[in-house]
Design a protein around this ligand. Structure first.
Ligand SMILES: CC(C)(COP(=O)(O)OP(=O)(O)OC[C@H]1O[C@@H](n2cnc3c(N)ncnc32)[C@H](O)[C@@H]1OP(=O)(O)O)[C@@H](O)C(=O)NCCC(=O)NCCS
Length: 155
């Protein structure tokens, strides 16, 4: 079965796609984070999809099985979200999507990608470390009782 990967904007996406993205984003809740830090509603996604300084990448089979998005600031960017559908995890798709996403950023002249991750999110941290992100700062108790790790990768 084929798998498609591409960058989307509000002009290339339809409402069912946004509903699927919302469902995927809810998986963050499994990690026990507080809503106010991570869970976006439909309007949030529509807002980010409409911004020109945002790269929004989706992985699609029959439905969207993963997405990630970065916000650009001059020649730097910040990865705001990356999620792969639970039943598709551990198959290399997160890494594949990140590689495509970072390639798109580099193509736009972006030189650095920053991100922030909970110190308890071991899977995400090993994904980022395996892609060459390095730890540059720790924000104590940023997620309630969890620290936030700030990581950086030169593109
Ligand atoms: C983090 C996430 C996107 C990774 O996606 P994935 O498709 O499962 O990841 P991949 O299969 O591409 O694996 C990438 C790397 O992660 C690590 N990894 C993945 N599964 C792992 C496991 N079960 N045990 C240990 N490391 C693992 C490995 O380092 C792997 O690289 P390698 O195969 O070259 O060794 C996915 O787990 C997810 O959606 N999590 C919930 C949302 C989330 O936490 N997002 C990050 C918020 S900052």
């Amino acid at each position: 079965m084929s798998l498609f990967i591409y960058n989307v904007s509000l002009y290339t996406i339809c409402i069912p796609d946004i509903e699927q993205i919302l469902l995927l984003d809810k998986y963050f809740m499994d990690l026990g984070y507080e809503d106010r830090f991570v869970l976006w509603d439909k309007e949030d996604f529509i807002y980010y999809l409409s911004r020109r300084d945002v790269i929004f990448t989706v992985l699609k089979k029959e439905k969207i099985v993963g997405f990630c998005l970065s916000v650009i600031n001059f020649d730097e960017s910040e990865l705001y979200k990356i999620v792969v559908d639970k039943s598709f995890r551990g198959k290399g798709l997160g890494k594949f999507m990140m590689l495509y996403h970072l390639g798109s950023l580099k193509f736009k002249g972006i030189k650095i990608s920053f991100l922030e991750v909970s110190s308890k999110n071991e899977l995400a941290i090993s994904l980022y470390a395996s892609m060459g992100y390095e730890l540059v700062n720790i924000r104590k108790n940023y997620y309630g009782t969890d620290d936030a790790l700030v990581m950086r990768k030169f593109l």
